[in-house]
Design a protein around this ligand. Structure first.
Ligand SMILES: [Fe+2]
Length: 272
């Protein structure tokens, strides 16, 4: 079975007069069909709007007739400009969808299962010189981490990370007799944080990943840990686990101006 992995498509900010959102759907759909992918995993950040993100997934599914599994990224939770920004409501919106694997692991076959969640950041990826107090301001040198303005989880970030990681642990328990593909949006692997020292990311790495997964990666038969968020395209194996980051990322980070090329380069494959 051929599994495709992609993340951080950001279809709204990456679309323009030449490439519409429906072009994005066709480009991703064509790539799935061309590469004969059986199952597509999308590790979050489809767009800045949950309805648009869901619609995109539905449309790609229609175009390809393939199974798509999804976990929302921080951007998919954004409620820009809305008065009531209860992110828990957006989580509830995503949870009931067929493609969501939050609190419902997907059994591929007798041997393999996919477990997933958005995950959240717990500040442990930041340089040690910053205090929790400084980090919880989510503001540094005049720059504000945008989740502060566009989400509201009614709890602090490290607590949210713990809450999501324990939901993941409950799901891992359900399928621990199988080989597991873990899909999160947030980074589970410190090597995929932005390389320090860095003038901004010594601080902003706080909002990239979480150490709450370390013990889960050790304890459960996780063979792949796939993620998005940091807009890398990387694959690294350590202690028998392959870590994959398959981000399309934002247009201004691309080496080309061509969406098809970028989607093709970002898409990673695993064969099981
Ligand atoms: Fe992103």
């Amino acid at each position: 079975m051929k599994i495709g992995i992609i993340s951080d498509l950001h279809i709204d900010v990456n679309s323009n007069e030449q490439v519409s959102i429906s072009d994005f759907e066709k480009i991703v759909g064509n790539e799935i069909l061309k590469q004969k992918i059986d199952l597509l995993l999308i590790a979050g950040d489809v767009s800045n709007d949950h309805v648009l993100s869901h619609q995109f997934i539905e449309n790609v599914k229609q175009l390809t007739n393939r199974t798509i599994l999804f976990v929302p990224g921080n951007h998919d939770y954004w409620m820009k400009g809305q008065e009531d920004k209860d992110s828990n409501k957006v989580l509830d919106y995503f949870k009931v969808q067929e493609e969501s694997i939050i609190e419902k692991p997907y059994i591929i076959n007798n041997e393999w299962a996919v477990v997933g969640h958005s995950g959240w950041y717990d500040y442990t990826f930041a340089a040690k010189r910053f205090s929790i107090d400084q980090l919880s301001k989510r503001t540094y040198n005049g720059r504000v981490w945008q989740d502060k303005l566009n989400t509201d989880w009614k709890m602090d970030d490290p607590a949210l990370s713990k809450k999501f990681a324990s939901a993941v642990q409950a799901d891992l328990e359900k399928v621990k007799d199988k080989k597991i593909i873990l899909m999160t949006h947030m980074v589970t692997y410190k090597n995929f944080g932005v390389k320090m020292p860095h003038p901004m990311f010594d601080y902003f790495n706080a909002f990239i990943g979480s150490s709450d997964y370390d013990q889960l990666l050790e304890k459960y038969p996780i063979k792949y840990s796939i993620m998005g968020h940091v807009h890398y395209r990387k694959r690294e194996k350590q202690n028998g686990i392959t870590y994959i980051c398959a981000c399309v990322g934002n247009r201004n980070e691309w080496h080309t101006v061509d969406v098809t090329t970028e989607v093709k380069q970002a898409l990673q494959i695993i064969n099981i």
